[in-house]
Design a protein around this ligand. Structure first.
Ligand SMILES: NC(=O)c1ccc[n+]([C@@H]2O[C@H](COP(=O)([O-])OP(=O)(O)OC[C@H]3O[C@@H](n4cnc5c(N)ncnc54)[C@H](O)[C@@H]3O)[C@@H](O)[C@H]2O)c1
Length: 263
């Protein structure tokens, strides 16, 4: 297997198991994370196990990041992107969350689209929270954003980090729907995964600060938190020939919580 897999957030709770799965396939990896020390430590570990690993440490929201990534990729064919880098509500203010989770994602997808080999796939990570947007005016604001009618509406509704997060993830779900045609025209696919409550450093920090989240975790039909590898396994499947007719949609991997909430 010679075409590269790019993983963002590669030092994080979903990025690490994703990298391990594609390394086990024998794929070359290009791993990115803003945490340079963790990224290099993990890359060294994988290399010592025989994996071919290149790294790019940096902030995905930096204007130059997509070009830097394409430059590091060089002439290598690209098989897949698994884009897990993101911020949760306790980590930043609402506009920064929108910037990292949505706008940087949109730029990354646009830059990589021409670089995939035929049959390639982009997997983005949305969130179950993207489904919790009930106000029609907010839904319209996301629709306007995706239609290129400006970000003013979304920014106006992002009154706190939680709303910024929810709006950003709803927009990611819309992005894969919007981009599926451009990907399909090149024989490619683009999909998102909506995790529920997954046991990673991010969700541990969120649960500590939110009683509502702790309550919802107890309502999850699976009766436990998900594991980072339970997201990675779905990402691996989505990038495989077995998922060749899945594109433009969001896959819920949430232990059943959204279904239980009637969503
Ligand atoms: N953990 C959950 O329960 C959960 C639920 C729903 C959605 N998600 C989403 O899943 C994705 C992965 O989350 P996770 O739980 O693995 O989180 P995590 O915090 O464990 O990992 C995220 C990684 O992204 C990196 N990162 C953050 N901002 C970055 C930036 N600007 N540039 C480059 N790298 C950056 C971090 O350094 C970290 O290594 C996120 O998009 C998150 O919103 C997580």
């Amino acid at each position: 297997m010679s075409a590269t897999v790019i993983i963002t957030g590669a030092a994080g709770g979903m990025g690490i198991p994703s990298a391990r799965r594609f390394a086990a396939q024998g794929r070359p990896l290009l791993l990115c994370d803003v945490n340079a020390d963790k990224l290099e430590g993990f890359a060294e570990e994988l290399r010592s196990e025989g994996a071919r690993v290149t790294t790019l440490a940096g902030d995905i929201s930096a204007a130059s990041f997509p070009q830097d990534l394409v430059a590091v990729l060089g002439d290598a064919p690209l098989h897949a992107l698994v884009h897990t880098a993101g911020l949760s509500p306790t980590m930043a203010d609402p506009l920064r969350i929108l910037e990292v989770n949505y706008f940087a994602t949109e730029r990354l997808v646009a830059a990589l689209l021409p670089r995939f080999e035929k049959g390639g796939c982009a997997v983005l990570i949305s969130s179950m929270s993207g489904y919790l947007l009930s106000d029609p005016a907010m839904v319209d604001a996301v629709r306007d954003l995706l239609a290129g009618k400006g970000s003013e509406g979304v920014e106006r509704f992002a009154v706190n980090p939680g709303m910024g997060y929810t709006l950003s993830k709803r927009a990611v779900i819309g992005l894969v729907g919007r981009e599926a045609a451009a990907f399909g025209a090149r024989g490619l696919r683009i999909v998102s995964i909506a995790p529920g409550f997954i046991d990673t450093p991010m969700s541990q920090a969120e649960a500590e600060s939110s009683e509502q989240m702790r309550q919802m975790i107890t309502m999850t039909p699976a009766g436990r938190l998900g594991l980072g590898d339970e997201i990675a396994s779905v990402a691996e499947f989505l990038c495989s020939p077995g998922a060749s007719y899945i594109s433009g949609c969001d896959i819920k991997v949430d232990g059943g919580i959204l279904g239980r909430l009637g969503i």
